[in-house]
Design a protein around this ligand. Structure first.
Ligand SMILES: O=C(O)CCC(=O)C(=O)O
Length: 211
């Protein structure tokens, strides 16, 4: 299966799979729960997040070069935690009531407790996120990340670091996807750019930072 894309959502096999299920074939677990909110509720959460979050462009230092991303971000937590990635440190804002409700819904599904959340806003398919793993030291080993999606449906790709096997999943409005076990050690993930998506998507990744 090396170097071969294996798109496993949206085909008839995937439609017959019950939720939740593991989308990976080995070396970690990515549990896709599908939509955990009905569409009316998901649309209300999406509108609240679009209007109430003080979205800002992200910054990164890549090979010493200062980059401003097209995508916008926000960082929330139980405390004013600092989170460093791509050469830049961000300080967490305190939870909004809506974010706390969504966090509790994720925690009910996973049985985990999350202390922080990184939010991403993609205006349309011209904005994405490049291949990476969430393997920062402050997340610890075998970290559990609950990723919730609102708004436009986008494709989410995984690539096995050793074999280059690829697996993709379509992330629906109101859906929950949980990355756990050794996923971040063995796999990278990305949101590919696409001309097919013309409307925004908000992604929330609930995390447990270790300080
Ligand atoms: O938007 C997404 O679903 C991916 C976000 C992501 O990869 C991350 O926050 O590390």
């Amino acid at each position: 299966m090396a170097d071969q894309a294996h798109f496993n959502l949206g085909d008839s096999h995937e439609e017959s799979l019950a939720y939740p299920h593991n989308v990976l074939t080995r070396d970690g677990e990515v549990i896709y729960h599908g939509a955990i909110f009905d569409q009316e509720k998901a649309n209300k959460i999406y509108a609240n997040l679009m209007n109430k979050i003080p979205w800002k462009h992200d910054e990164a230092f890549i090979y010493g070069k200062h980059i401003i991303t097209a995508r916008k971000v926000a960082w929330y937590g139980d405390e004013d935690y600092d989170y460093s990635y791509s050469g830049k440190t961000r300080t967490a804002m305190k939870w909004t009531p809506e974010l706390l409700k969504v966090k509790h819904a994720a925690e009910q599904k996973t049985g985990m407790i999350y202390n922080s959340c990184l939010l991403n806003l993609y205006a349309d398919g011209s904005q994405g996120m490049a291949w990476h793993s969430d393997d920062e030291k402050c997340l610890g080993n075998d970290t559990n990340i609950a990723s919730m999606s609102f708004g436009a449906e986008r494709r989410f790709d995984f690539r096995h670091k050793a074999s280059r096997e690829k697996i993709s999943v379509m992330l629906q409005n109101g859906s929950l996807l949980v990355m756990q076990g050794s996923t971040q050690t063995h796999w990278q993930h990305q949101i590919p750019k696409t001309t097919k998506v013309t409307t925004p998507r908000v992604n929330l990744t609930f995390r447990t930072m270790q300080f």
